[in-house]
Design a protein around this ligand. Structure first.
Ligand SMILES: *[C@@H]1O[C@H](CO)[C@@H](O)[C@H](O)[C@H]1NC(C)=O
Length: 418
């Protein structure tokens, strides 16, 4: 008599934990969908979600759970609590890019913004370059990238003519990275191969400094684990002057999606995150699944001593800004990004401000509001105006979670703090 009862309650425990696990799994999926790049996925819950919730065993103490719920509601933070006060700016909408892009890359050379790669949607990646001309505000000059080049999470930098394109993710969803590295000569629009990185990375910080191409941080091969390694190789006119990459002083904190900027012979690494979406184990399409990331506001600087120094932090944590910056008048200007997830909903929260790091005073300022919150913007500067295009925008003024991948191009007069 004891036995069947024992068995039954054991069975119930198993059932409950199975349902709990299932629910947890679906909630994780839902979080991915809601923080997910692509509108259709983010719009509605899978019907199974509601079904399973309905099937969950009713709580024996309903009063108690009701009390808990009410408390939770009282504690509920505004979805937009991370927005900062900032001046409103006059934004002008320019010609949209030929394709929408998330996690693309961009390099400005004179009056041209070269825009590379990126996801069009989670199952489609671009493998070409589009060019915006700031003089007549038109797009054109499309040409293909090499077939072997990564399609997102690239490291990229220019010396003013040659663009170095280092490692990155190869293919859509959450596929693996490639270590393959290339050079584009923008005078002739011709590509050449370059020494592959010792191991592949996702979205490593990349810069040219003191005659060397530096690559550091990013995510390791599983897309999630932060890498601390830092390599460099001597370069000139698009060619490596050495046979191998050399190991350099590791960065204090690893991870992808940071701004890496050289000004006045100092190298800055700004913001970024630890952790990222990973491929679902066993998924034949490497389906992206959410892993909790930690976004940070840290700023590190490397000077001739080759020791990392801690600089004043950003006004708030900011990631997905690797091509979202420009240097203007000894200030680093950063447009949009992602900040820490919402503590209640755990949804990804986009950034709707422009930041300025004034290198004369070593102070940060919030210098303006964007037309919407947006991450992985591609930024240019021309004739007193700051431009941004592409990326993934928010759901609306009251919902900072990511939704639509955009092609729009916007500009406004840049007003810096002295
Ligand atoms: C940068 O400095 C120049 C020279 O002082 C000034 O004319 C220009 O307005 C400044 N640009 C911005 C965006 O502040």
């Amino acid at each position: 008599m004891v036995r069947p009862a024992g068995k039954q309650s054991c069975g119930r425990v198993v059932l409950v934990s199975c349902l709990a696990l299932l629910a947890a799994g679906l909630i994780a999926d839902f979080l991915w969908a809601s923080s997910h790049p692509f509108s259709s996925a983010g719009m509605s819950l899978p019907s199974s979600f509601t079904t399973v919730i309905g099937k969950l065993p009713p709580n024996s103490d309903e009063k108690d759970s009701k009390k808990k719920k009410d408390n939770a509601r009282e504690r509920k933070l505004s979805a937009t609590f991370q927005d900062l006060a900032a001046p409103q700016l006059q934004w002008e909408k320019m010609a949209a890019a030929p394709v929408p892009r998330l996690d693309g890359a961009a390099i400005q050379i004179r009056n041209f913004l070269y825009v590379f790669a990126g996801y069009g949607n989670i199952n489609l990646v671009h493998s070409h370059v589009d060019i915006y001309n700031f003089v007549d505000n038109t797009w054109g000059g499309r040409f293909d990238m090499p077939r072997e080049m990564a399609h997102s999470h690239l490291g990229m930098v220019t010396d003013g003519r040659y663009i170095y394109i280092v490692t990155g993710q190869y293919g859509p969803q959450c596929r693996g990275p490639t270590a393959k590295t290339f050079v584009l000569d923008t005078d002739t629009n011709t590509w050449s191969d370059f020494t592959p990185l010792p191991v592949p990375r996702y979205a490593p910080a990349t810069q040219l400094w003191r005659g060397r191409l530096h690559v550091m941080g990013g995510s390791k091969e599983n897309r999630h684990t932060p890498g601390l390694e830092h390599w460099s190789i001597a370069v000139k006119d698009g060619k490596a002057l050495e046979k191998e990459w050399r190991s350099e002083v590791p960065i204090p904190r690893g991870g992808p999606h940071r701004a890496c900027v050289v000004v006045d012979d100092r190298l800055f690494v700004i913001g970024g995150q630890e952790g990222d979406f990973m491929a679902k184990p066993g998924s034949p399409i490497f389906k992206c699944s959410r892993r909790m990331e930690v976004v940070f506001s840290d700023v590190y600087m490397l000077d001739e001593e080759m020791k990392w120094k801690v600089m004043p932090s950003m006004p708030k944590p900011d990631s997905h800004i690797e091509f979202a910056w420009k240097v203007v008048n000894n200030s680093i200007v950063i447009v949009g990004g992602t900040t820490e997830k919402h503590p209640e909903t755990k949804k990804m929260v986009l950034v709707g401000e422009i930041f300025q790091f004034n290198l004369n005073t070593m102070k940060w300022y919030v210098i303006g509001k964007l037309p919407y919150r947006v991450k992985t913007t591609l930024v240019g500067y021309w004739d007193g105006q700051i431009y941004f295009t592409s990326g993934q925008r928010d759901k609306g003024p009251d919902d900072p979670a990511p939704r639509k991948v955009v092609a729009e191009m916007w500009r406004t007069k840049l007003i810096l703090s002295p």
